[in-house]
Design a protein around this ligand. Sequence first.
Ligand code: ADP
Ligand code: ZN
Length: 725
Amino acid sequence: MNEDSKTLRIVPVMVPMPAERPYSYSVPEGMEVEPGSIVRVPLGPREVAGIVWDTPTDRVDPKKLRPISQVFDCPPIDEASRRFVDWVANWTLAAPGMVARMFLRAPAAFDPEPPMEGIRWAGSEPDRMTDARRRVLELARDGMAWTRSGIARAAGVSPTVVNGLAEQGLFDSVDIPAPPVVAAPDPDYAQPSLSPDQQAAADSLIEKIGAGFSTTLLDGVTGSGKTEVYLEAIAEAVRRGKQVLVLVPEIALTAAFLERFHDRFGARPAEWHSDLAPRTRERVWRQVAEGRVRVVAGARSSLFLPFRDLGLIVVDEEHDPAYKQEDRVYYSARDMAVVRGHLGKFPVVLASATPSVETQVNALQGRYSRVVLPTRFASAAMPDLRAIDMRKSPPARGGFLSPALLEEVARTIERKEQALLFLNRRGYAPLTLCRVCGHRFQCPDCSSWLVEHRFRGKLVCHQCGHNENRPEACPSCGTLDHLVACGPGVERIAEEIDRHFPDARTIVLSSDMGGVKRLRLEFEAVANGEADIVVGTQLVAKGHNFRNMTLVGVIDADIGLANGDPRAAERTFQLLNQVTGRAGRTGKRSLGLIQTYQPHHPVMRALVSGDAKAFYEQEIAAREREHLPPFGRLAALVVSAATRAEAEAHARALRRAAPEVSDIAILGPAEAPLAVIAGRHRFRLLVHGERKSDIQSYLRKLLADAPKERGSVRVQVDVDPQSFL
Ligand code: ADP
Ligand code: ZN
């Protein structure tokens, strides 16, 4: 690294900026840095935290070279993590600095946690003994360190007693290391008794721990015990002293998983997600870096925690679209987990009842191993699934629930069991219009209708969050009281349910009903039987075991099918399978009713027949025919700008800059289906290549030859896009 003729040491530092490469800095005399060290460096007029890199440094005029200001007292970011940054940046075309930035999201944790102030008995006696003082000293005499409040509580005395003794010089003050955020998991805390199928599955996962890189699909119907099985793989990794990461799609809601983990290991995993209190966040980050936290359960961003000895990643519900980040760095946490395993030479487990087509193909072609759990655990049977043909059994005027579904709800609550009605639409109604002039309420900044949230009395844009009060008069024609709500959201379904079942306890569960804490309480209440009927969005589809839930009704199974997304059928199948899988998890006879206007659609047929195999075969064949992922490759370029003209002009310029190659085509530009979001006009281009095409090089060349982003124009590159809106 040292190429300068003088004894000046120069190192590259990755700064958290859209920089394409690390910048060079000099290392002041007496300062020790190594690759991975977290340092503070000057950058323009500011100072930022960066990571010392290990690539060759650029030649810089020594006069312009600035010194590193500080090395943090923090374990370095390890080699595998640094290669991970390079890899993710190279794959997604994000600037490496922006990927490195994801490792630096808890700046207060770069300094060690301050120790707690403690006291230790110094060996002398107080001037006068009281009963309270005696109790304190009995504890203190063993010479261990205590906090003042800790020993006071343990002795059952007030803190003034301890303070009084301290004033007499009875204690030395000592530092007590900051306590762990979570206790250490004990892999032998509670041994499960697995069924023979489960044991075989667990054994094949355990075999992979410590045996280098591998990817295994853990494929089992909802309720077959996938969690039970991968907990055993985690136990093995923990036994071998490795750190473990469990990725879950909706961490904020998986209280049940944390409990199960606790039951198995006698301690909870550390959690990592955007809703953590800042202080907790910092402590988790720091203790992961120090290796004190052994197991993390987290959202996709936990891939960028500074693990020092990661030995296993489990991706639960691997098909879940929530694993795709569509902000700054566009990456798939599922795919990047596999990359991380490869770089760190450890196994990755992908668990799902309805694997993504990509993962299915990888398993079929032998790149991933497959471990199957064919049946539900013990006596729990899969719910009996039926389609309700809405053309033949239509709802009453103004309603959305067919008589057949209402009848089953009535039976279910009569048996004192629970029913879940699923509709993937928040709020009361997706569209409001004026019956007199036809005016539709649209977001002023987006090309989307405002969704009525009657509970809050607002009209809300689900794209940008814009909200306004619902007026009484039409803003266009001024007529009073002639606004109508069109279509259903969960609030409206709950209202319909209330009309039919006024005595039932009905609860609405959706992400805008409150924060994480509130939602966790509500889920607990449902699990404890405090509700008869739950009306919920996709939040309720994930990971909950409601013991008494025996009916699941899908209000509108067709909702996701007609949106021009190549994965529409797959997604609908996965979501509906998952949500109907909430029923009958403990052995009671259970039913799933699917309201649809297309009962013969392949998705509905696959759900009702339970023949997932045929469905996947069809999907895979169609993807192969059309060279769609994983048989071909896609990347999207989304151009946005303050005006439509600017966005379109730049999108056309990108198109003109597209290289001529035989195996990659470029489609568009076309105005995006969501043409305007938050005041920005959007155009899309789609790059379509063969499986082996080097789409990244193609995109780099295109972007290099195209005009630079100017004025309000922004170009977002999305490799392996999941969204086409
Ligand atoms: P999946 O992750 O495949 O949906 P789970 O692991 O959540 O399945 O198991 C479904 C339910 O069955 C859970 O309530 C779980 O506690 C229970 N279960 C599964 N396997 C066992 C087992 N071997 N012993 C006891 N309970 C089990
Ligand atoms: Zn909006």
